[in-house]
Design a binder for this molecule. Structure first.
Ligand SMILES: NC(=O)c1ccc[n+]([C@@H]2O[C@H](COP(=O)([O-])OP(=O)(O)OC[C@H]3O[C@@H](n4cnc5c(N)ncnc54)[C@H](O)[C@@H]3O)[C@@H](O)[C@H]2O)c1
Length: 386
């Protein structure tokens, strides 16, 4: 966002959070990301299911006592009545609550930045789409890997025809820190409890990230999926590994390996995309390197920070000069910045088409994938239309 836009707006966006307390994994990443561009002011929150942790987190964030809520219903009600109430809320609770929370805030005219997976199931996502469309609000979904400069550059390379017509798409999310099942039910993360997102929770937790990333970069949606999920860890009640095959138009195939138990792996998100002229490869753990290969030229390692070497879309996501690693938080911050950009432009009546953030329509697509892959898995890997 250009600073002149913010100057015209004359203040920061009044922002709140539901979930994301100090008892959470992702809350602080949101706060760091929102601070980067100085566009948001965190002034209210229902930050934890535990009232003491909610209060403690509010204190750490310098949120006034009267705007630290124990309950998100109360937060939506009170904030919407205030002249200086929040305009945007981030939802960073476990996913089974996303729909209910989003619905309540949207009904009060408050825009939403929602963690993935967007909802518990496809029917909730479809209903949420209608609610967003009827509202005057913006809705963003934090599939944060689309904020990396090299991911955006990869999309621009595909658009420009650098690899020709796409033939094969491979996007994997194979992490490895969850090799042993937690025996103490109180300590067990909800991603391994079937009552939250079903036995197929792996599809929402990491599958939607990989699916969103692949569709973002390739600008293609698969037509059908065949999914086979497995439980590889003793005592685990949810799937922790699986192979998925996708069919694209003209019979082309794509593949996705999802795992929580790839021994020794850390994060494990990556893609390889092959076309008629060449291929692109990127991995989340070396996010500053995008590889472009072709049969006729030497491998090209594309790196961020060079305006003359990058597309406008890719360079828009760069913050630092060449040779200075940017990393996860700045990628996440790109979503916050691009959302703020849109939000403020809309408020002050300025046209703005720069930047990108995954939206409600991406959310619906990810849940179509989730739904089809779950049904395929329940039918022994049968091909199911997405
Ligand atoms: N974008 C990413 O890369 C990324 C990474 C990790 C997690 N996530 C997503 O973020 C969301 C949260 O995941 P997490 O791992 O941080 O979960 P977590 O269980 O670690 O934290 C959840 C937070 O929500 C709070 N909470 C639960 N119920 C609440 C309620 N009724 N009211 C207010 N607060 C409530 C908890 O107290 C906690 O602060 C999930 O949807 C997850 O998939 C996204």
């Amino acid at each position: 966002m250009s600073s002149s836009l913010l100057n015209k707006f004359g203040r920061r966006i009044r922002w709140g959070m539901v979930g994301g307390g100090i008892d959470s994994l992702i809350g602080e990443t949101h706060r760091l990301s929102a601070r980067v561009d100085n566009r948001y002011e965190l002034i209210a929150g229902a930050l934890s299911i535990d009232p003491l942790i909610a209060k403690k987190t509010s204190e750490l964030c310098l949120i006034n006592n009267d705007r630290s809520y124990e309950d998100f219903h109360m937060m939506a009600e009170n904030e919407s009545k205030r002249e200086d109430g929040i305009e945007v809320v981030t939802i960073a609770t476990p996913p089974h609550l996303h729909f209910e929370i989003a619905k309540i805030f949207l009904a009060k005219g408050i825009s939403v930045i929602c963690e993935k997976p967007i909802t518990k199931n496809l029917s909730e996502a479809l209903e949420l789409k209608q609610i967003v469309e009827k509202s005057k609000c913006l809705f963003a979904l934090t599939h944060c890997y689309t904020g990396y400069p090299m991911v955006r550059e990869a999309r621009e390379k595909v658009k420009s025809g650098a690899i020709g017509q796409i033939r094969q798409i491979q996007c994997d999310f194979v992490s490895g820190p969850f090799m042993v099942e937690e025996k103490d039910i109180r300590k067990k993360h909800w991603r391994f409890k079937p009552e939250y997102m079903g036995k197929e929770t792996i599809l929402g937790e990491i599958g939607t990230h990989a699916y969103n990333l692949a569709t973002f970069v390739t600008l293609e949606k698969p037509l059908r999926v065949s999914a086979n999920l497995r439980v590889l860890t003793y005592g685990r009640q949810t799937y922790d590994d699986g192979q998925l095959v996708f069919e694209y138009s003209n019979g082309r195939l794509g593949r996705m390996w999802l795992s929580f138990v790839a021994a020794g792996n850390e994060h494990g998100l990556s893609f390889k995309i092959y076309g008629t002229k060449g291929s692109l490869e990127w991995s989340q753990e070396q996010p500053e390197s995008l590889y472009l290969r072709s049969p006729s030229n030497a491998e090209q390692r594309i790196t961020p920070g060079f305006p003359e070497r990058m597309s406008v879309g890719g360079y828009h996501a760069c913050r630092l000069r060449e040779g200075h690693p940017e990393g996860y938080v700045l990628a996440f911050a790109n979503l916050y910045r691009d959302f703020a950009d849109k939000f403020i432009s809309k408020k002050i009546g300025v046209e703005n088409s720069s930047g990108h953030f995954p939206d409600i329509y991406d959310g619906v697509e990810t849940m179509k994938f989730y739904d089809a892959a779950s049904r395929s898995n329940q039918n022994d890997g049968a091909w199911i239309s997405i």
